[in-house]
Design a protein around this ligand. Structure first.
Ligand SMILES: CSC[C@@H](O)[C@@H](O)C(=O)COP(=O)(O)O
Length: 347
């Protein structure tokens, strides 16, 4: 049973159960979904009960533990493989499964396997909280002085364990009583901006205005947007960034209107094995999300529908990528490489 303060917590793992805030029900219902086996955890990720790249990784890490205390290496390994099939684009999912697998393989003592995996999942969760704070501070320096910031989808607390990535600088500034006003794109077809970003910002007392995705160009032309900041699901080695469908046209519009366009993402969202964004796998979702939103038919059955969940914004349209370790200005293969080389140098 959750306490009142836990009701809106994105992910809780307790008593061997994965307890998720059901994001498919927001903003009208604040309900939780409890997963007790890996099939339920897989389904919750696939259906977007829990969503957003970092939150998917954390939920999957805990999801592995649903195999139970007595599971052996083979069963845990199968859980990792299975959970990794839940969604294809957010690299944080595969990163989290790799971390769990490394811990599993690092020791021969099967008697402590569950405890070691549990510790690693908790560490992944804790690191995510620290990441949010650091991205908040690093990103706030970029949007100081902005009166209106536009964001797309939800890259806030609901997508992570705490402040999110794109919304972290807003929350950081809000703590100092200086948050800008936020324009939240509704984000067709699943409305993460209208349902989730607007919900969590208004809960926190940050002023937010929802617009349909097609309104952002007009707003920019009227001088109403000082900066755009979005999250990412996977960033290639050259800085190309996959994020919620509709991010790329926003970046093109921002470039045309000379408005800075920022991506905020932790270092574990980079996939340095991929040289460029055209190699990022893009999730294709069911036609009904577009054709029958909320079960109401919008599109004739005879018409084809496309429903890619993400698009890729080329690095040349991105002014800076904000990570928990610092800011990569004008991302390219060279500047991204430098950022990561600095991180691996002994201090
Ligand atoms: C910090 S979350 C970053 C991204 O995962 C987010 O912007 C996004 O596109 C989420 O898509 P979703 O399909 O809702 O999981």
């Amino acid at each position: 049973m959750s306490t009142a303060t836990e009701t809106a917590e994105t992910i809780i793992f307790r008593d061997g159960q994965l307890d998720l805030l059901d994001q498919t029900k927001l903003p009208t219902e604040l309900t939780r979904l409890v997963c007790t086996n890996i099939e339920q955890a897989h389904d919750a990720i696939r259906r977007l009960v829990v969503r957003g790249a970092p939150a998917i990784g954390i939920a999957a890490a805990y999801g592995v533990l649903l195999q139970g205390r007595d599971a052996d290496r083979q069963a845990f390994g199968e859980a990792m493989d299975y959970l990794a099939t839940s969604r294809p684009t957010a690299v944080n999912l595969f990163w989290a499964m790799d971390r769990m697998r490394d811990v599993m393989n690092s020791h021969d003592d099967d008697g402590t396997l569950y405890e070691r995996l549990h510790r690693e999942a908790v560490t992944i969760h804790d690191e995510d909280r620290r990441m949010c704070r650091s991205i908040g501070a690093n990103g706030a320096a970029l949007i100081q002085g902005c009166r209106n910031v536009l964001t797309h989808c939800n890259a806030g607390g609901l997508a992570t364990s705490m402040w999110g990535t794109a919304l972290a600088p807003i929350y950081h500034m809000h703590e100092q009583g200086k948050a800008p006003h936020v324009f939240a794109d509704e984000t067709r077809p699943l409305l993460q901006g209208a349902r989730l970003t607007a919900w969590e910002l208004s809960q926190a007392g940050v002023a937010v205005t929802v617009l349909t995705d097609s309104m952002s160009g007009g707003l920019m032309r009227c001088g109403k947007v000082d900066a755009v900041i979005v999250g990412a699901d996977r960033i290639a080695a050259n800085g190309d960034a996959a994020n919620k469908i509709g991010t790329y046209p926003l970046a093109v519009l921002a470039k045309y209107h000379k408005i800075p366009f920022y991506v905020a993402a932790p270092t574990n969202t980079f996939d340095l094995k991929l040289p460029a964004g055209d190699q990022i796998p893009i999730e294709q979702r069911h036609r009904d999300e577009v054709a029958r939103p909320g079960g109401v038919q919008f599109v004739p059955d005879a018409a084809d529908v496309i429903n890619p969940a993400f698009d890729v914004t080329p690095a040349e349209l991105i002014d800076a990528i904000v990570t928990e370790k610092g800011v990569i200005r004008s991302p390219t293969t060279e500047t991204v490489g430098q950022h990561f080389r600095k991180l691996t140098l002994p201090s």
